[in-house]
Design a protein around this ligand. Structure first.
Ligand code: PLP
Length: 403
């Protein structure tokens, strides 16, 4: 048997819609994209949803819309994919790296505040800290109530990196203590900007693609212009209304629009996103039930109801002090790969990547939690189209290796 780490879950509707786009003769941004944006905005409850060709593009446009410049500093997790920090560097602005929680792998208001205070005390002349970019890691929501409060206290803007978080729900910790029947609100407009990814292995896909959501009209206007060359009117208006050939360039914008071929896939993926999530949760539940009580294996520890989690990742930790024969994370990956089971490591933290490490003189001891997690973490196969016998095979293999 062969179990990949993840594969996309595409059906006949996606195929038919793509065919109809191809037959229409209009492949780039037009009606399918507009439809996808409308459906997406409605679903997550944001005023504006702007489709782009990646989450990295969405993050870039988000940081741009907030006026980042070389005197800007931005708080970002170290425990994330490089996109979260690279978009800060596009403006020659400075990323300030924040450690993660050892259980949720997210950044918290306490950790952000520590990094904020440390930066202020140790970097003179300090750049102006203007933005923070929390990541809802693996699909677990960050404690947004505390983070929003902290942002208010320091006058910071929030760009949520929600690449893992469609659909992730959120409710304040206090309200969860009062009742466990809480529905939670979808991640989509809690921060000033929320960025989603439709990369091939994410919870829903358009092949490549992303969405920037915001309730702020000025941000939406700026992003709309900057995602397409700084043209002052959308390509849709320009070609579909046929009113005028005239357009203006108001800034050196980017080429980040989403083609209709991709949006056609997205429209149907979005319709199934809750169903995908339910399937992922079922898989997660079976992992929880079957893999408990294995020495040295630490299962996900949630700070939210499991219904709130998108289950993009099912990331476990291997503690070699307690595992059979001192087996490590790397040993488990090797053994699973020998059995044709795909895994992944999310992530080698940014403070270990040569660019960030050298440029900002980062040391592992500055990020004790991310280090602890990184040395132990492995993400198990998780995708909505996973077959029962594939899941059984993964579980049996893990037991064989670790018991
Ligand atoms: C996948 C991912 C991105 C980038 O998404 P793209 O759509 O590939 O640009 C950004 N941040 C995180 C945390 C991701 O996992």
């Amino acid at each position: 048997m062969n179990v990949p780490f993840a594969i996309p879950d595409l059906g006949n509707q996606e195929i038919q819609e793509v065919i109809s786009v191809i037959k229409s003769g209009w492949l780039t941004t037009a009606s399918r994209c507009k439809q996808f944006e409308e459906n997406f905005a409605k679903y997550v409850g944001a005023k504006h949803a702007l489709a782009v060709n990646s989450a990295t593009a969405a993050l870039h446009l988000g940081v741009e819309s907030m006026g980042a410049d070389p005197d800007t500093a931005v708080l970002v997790p170290t425990f994330t994919f490089t996109s979260t920090a690279e978009v800060v560097r596009y403006f020659d602005a400075e990323p300030i790296f924040v450690d993660c929680e050892p259980d949720t792998f997210c950044i918290s208001s306490d950790l952000i505040e520590q990094a904020y205070d440390h930066y202020k005390a140790n970097n003179l002349p300090a750049k102006k800290i203007k933005i923070m970019i929390p990541v809802h890691f693996g699909g677990h929501p960050c404690e947004m109530n505390d983070i929003v409060a902290l942002a208010k206290k320091y006058g910071l803007k929030i760009i949520e990196d929600a690449a893992h978080a469609i659909p992730t729900r959120y409710a304040a910790a206090e309200s969860l203590q009062e009742s466990n029947q809480i529905e939670g609100k979808l991640i989509g407009n809690t921060g000033d900007i929320t960025c989603f990814s439709f990369y091939a292995n994410k919870t829903m896909t358009t092949g490549e693609g992303g969405m920037l959501c915001t309730d702020n009209d000025d941000i939406a206007k700026r992003v709309q212009v900057m995602r397409l060359h700084g043209i002052s009117r959308d390509v849709w208006d320009r070609f579909e209304t046929g009113a005028s050939w005239e357009y203006d360039i108001v800034a050196p914008g980017y080429k980040y629009n989403m083609p209709d071929i991709s949006a056609a896939i997205g429209i149907h993926q979005l319709k199934k996103v809750e169903q995908f999530r339910d399937q992922r949760q079922k898989i997660a539940q079976i992992y929880f039930d079957e893999l408990k009580n294995i020495p040295g294996l630490i299962l996900p520890r949630l700070k939210c109801p499991k219904e709130f989690h998108s289950w993009y990742l099912f990331m476990v930790l291997i503690n070699p002090e307690a595992s059979k024969n001192g087996l490590t994370r790397d040993d488990l990956i090797t053994e699973l790969s020998k059995r044709n089971i795909g895994t992944s490591v999310h992530y080698k933290p940014l403070h270990r990547m040569s660019y960030y490490k050298n440029r900002y003189k980062l040391k592992p001891e500055m990020f004790p939690n991310a280090e602890w997690v990184f040395q132990r973490c492995v993400s198990l196969p998780m995708f909505s189209a996973m077959k029962e016998n594939q899941l059984e095979y993964v579980i049996e293999s893990i037991k064989e290796i670790l018991l």
